[in-house]
Design a protein around this ligand. Structure first.
Ligand SMILES: [Zn+2]
Length: 627
């Protein structure tokens, strides 16, 4: 797809947790698997901002009538519970944010003033998030192109959602208050690939400071996407940098689809959509549909709602959009006539509905089977979305899904949600302090990458990836001490990513455990083939390399041991040796490696197999001559 021709515009907001204690208290920035036993409940209501407006996103959130349950943990105090005012801001966090700003060439502000940003999804106990502008007007350069970074903010992370039911959302407080730096780019990104590259470049820069947190969930991106004729939609909280490209592609495709649908609807003269649905329960009393039956059993109703001239535009198009809005009312699913008969709804029922609603060919209908009040509420939520469909793409906040698609979550928040934080004093930033920070800035990734290639002879792609993952320091430490730079790079990139995919916390393996692993390898205590198994054990049990080697029975073998074992294999494979002669080498090598993998180097085994096989064949030849 030619994204430039489509007028694709992408802007990123990157949120990175900083490796220091919380922003407004001294609690450690650590997540906890256990709840601390204290739970409390809150409800939040939207209030006016200083400008007298009430935020649209806040109103919709309030309509969901949710109550919020908070679980305290060992890493939280009364500040997170909003029972105590914030303490003095963490100045180390501010320094890290300033360092990042300087690396981005942004100009720090003279005074840091914290603001309150209205947040009403319950993720903050106070109903707002504290946020401060730290620097302005920086940039990042990717493939020779300048992407602006208009703002760098320092803010507090939100509480972590741990559960959700119909009318309650549960949060754990451990994440609340962890310092975050927010880096926003201008919407100058023009292709999905460029979006990924910019995100990775910013990620490398952040990791170059060595002062940011690593691992799943420590960096999150909001991806703003629009195409020409579309509208800004924000996919909020993407955790996997490498998936950004897919999110942008899918969102661009969705907006193009909606533009096409809008054009078709206008051509058909669509536009008026009825306010509400009609009770059609009497047509469904004997319905074989399970959804309908379970709704009727609860005393619910089947409501039919007409979408005039929408036929054929729901399935795979507007259908999922409308269903997402019905979910705001707590209705799990809807039926629409584009996909019926199906789900137990019969053709006869479809015909009866069409007759009852006196539909024309181009008209379509939506069925909602649920409690009556909820059904009406669902239609009330869907109606504005159906009306918008004629105009095109509505602005939205969307939730990312694991497959790279996204789903509607709420309207885009407006600008009317900031007001000053009166509990936190402003912080002055002095020139001398900035100069001191500027003097000890870390090496930038664009300097690190070519240096690693030159000094260690690794591939440029590997060097770049090490910098992106922030593993370049561990790489240098180990490669410098033990040599084998290529192997070290392969282990840190390839083996680590394999094990991450298995869900293992390889990033949590301490540096000295990794150094021990390579020092044992150098001492030939085991072969390099054993590394993945050893790392798996080290990550799983948190043990040292030597303990892992003992636990999984990987002990180094000397030449005599290898020869003995190869001889055993040859004895057991005499039939193969007889029938194939020298050509048996490959089979024998396979059998030997089955027993030696991880315990001896593959090259050594191969040499031993070859020499022992040839010795044996010589002997057989001699014997043949004698006879
Ligand atoms: Zn605390």
């Amino acid at each position: 797809m030619d994204y430039r021709a489509l007028g694709l515009k992408v802007g990123l907001e990157i949120h990175q947790q900083l490796a220091t204690h919380k922003l407004f208290c001294e609690c450690p920035s650590r997540l906890s698997d256990e709840e601390g036993g204290i739970r409390f409940e809150r409800r939040l209501r939207p209030t006016q901002s200083e400008l007298g407006e009430v935020d649209a996103a806040a109103i919709e959130e309030a309509r969901r009538h949710l109550s919020f349950v908070y679980e305290a943990s060992e890493n939280t105090c009364l500040v997170e519970a909003d029972e105590e005012p914030p303490h003095h801001p963490n100045e180390e966090a501010l320094d890290i944010a300033l360092e990042i700003s300087l690396l981005l060439g942004a100009k720090p502000v003279r005074e840091v003033d914290f603001m309150r940003k209205l947040v009403i999804d319950g993720s903050n106990t106070s109903g707002f998030q504290r946020s401060a502008l730290v620097a302005m007007d920086g940039a990042i350069h990717v493939n020779g192109k300048r992407i602006g970074v208009p703002t760098v903010l320092l803010e507090e992370d939100a509480a972590r959602k741990v559960g959700e039911s119909k009318d309650e959302v549960a949060y754990r407080l451990d994440r609340l208050g962890i310092p975050l730096v927010e880096i926003a780019t201008t919407p100058d990104i023009q292709t999905p690939e460029e979006a990924r590259e910019v995100a990775l470049a910013i990620g490398s820069l952040l990791r170059a400071t060595r002062k940011v947190m690593r691992g799943i969930g420590t960096i999150r991106e909001d991806v703003n996407v629009s195409v020409r004729g579309g509208a800004r939609c924000e996919i909020k909280g993407v955790q996997e940098l490498r998936l950004i490209e897919t999110f942008v592609q899918k969102e661009a495709e969705r907006q193009l689809m909606l533009i096409e649908v809008a054009t078709e609807l206008r051509d058909r003269g669509a536009g008026t959509v009825p306010e509400d649905g009609v009770d059609l329960t009497h047509l469904f009393t004997g319905s074989p549909s399970k959804v309908v039956q379970s709704a009727l059993k609860k005393g619910g109703k089947v409501l039919g709602w007409v979408l005039p001239k929408f036929a054929g535009l729901l399935k795979g198009k507007l259908g999922p959009e409308l269903a997402a809005h019905a979910r705001v009312a707590g209705v799990g699913g809807i039926f629409h006539s584009d996909e019926l008969p199906a789900y137990g709804v019969t053709q006869a029922e479809v015909d009866a509905v069409r007759t009852a609603l006196s539909l024309a060919d181009q008209d379509t209908f939506v069925l909602v089977a649920d409690e009556e009040a909820k059904g009406h509420h669902a239609i009330e939520e869907m109606r504005p979305r159906a009306v918008q469909a004629v105009r095109g793409v509505p602005e939205q906040t969307r939730d990312p899904r694991p497959d790279g698609t996204s789903v509607y979550s709420r309207p885009l928040p407006g600008k009317a949600r900031m007001y000053p934080e009166t509990d936190v004093p402003p912080l002055r930033i002095h020139e001398a302090h900035l100069r001191a920070l500027a003097e000890r800035l870390p090496e930038r990734p664009e300097v690190t990458v070519p240096r690693l290639v030159k000094e260690y002879g690794i591939h440029e792609q590997q060097a770049r990836q090490l910098a992106q993952e922030g593993s370049d320091d561990v790489f240098e430490l180990i490669a410098h001490e033990f040599g084998e730079a290529k192997l070290v790079a392969t282990v840190l990139l390839y083996n680590f990513s394999e094990l991450r995919r298995e869900g293992l916390d390889v990033d949590g393996i301490p540096e000295d455990h990794l150094r021990e692993l390579f020092s044992l390898l150098k001492a030939q205590r085991f072969a390099k083939e054993a590394i993945p198994d050893l790392l798996r054990q080290m990550a799983r049990k948190g043990v040292r390399a030597s303990d892992a080697a003992r636990a999984i029975g990987v002990q180094g073998m000397d030449l005599a041991d290898v020869e003995k074992l190869v001889d055993e294999v040859l004895d057991a494979s005499d039939d193969v040796v007889r029938s194939k002669g020298a050509a048996a080498e490959k089979t024998l090598m396979g059998r030997a490696m089955e027993r030696l993998r991880g315990r001896a180097d593959g090259k050594l085994v191969s040499e031993v197999v070859r020499s022992r096989l040839h010795a044996r064949l010589e002997k057989k030849k001699e014997k043949g001559k004698e006879n």
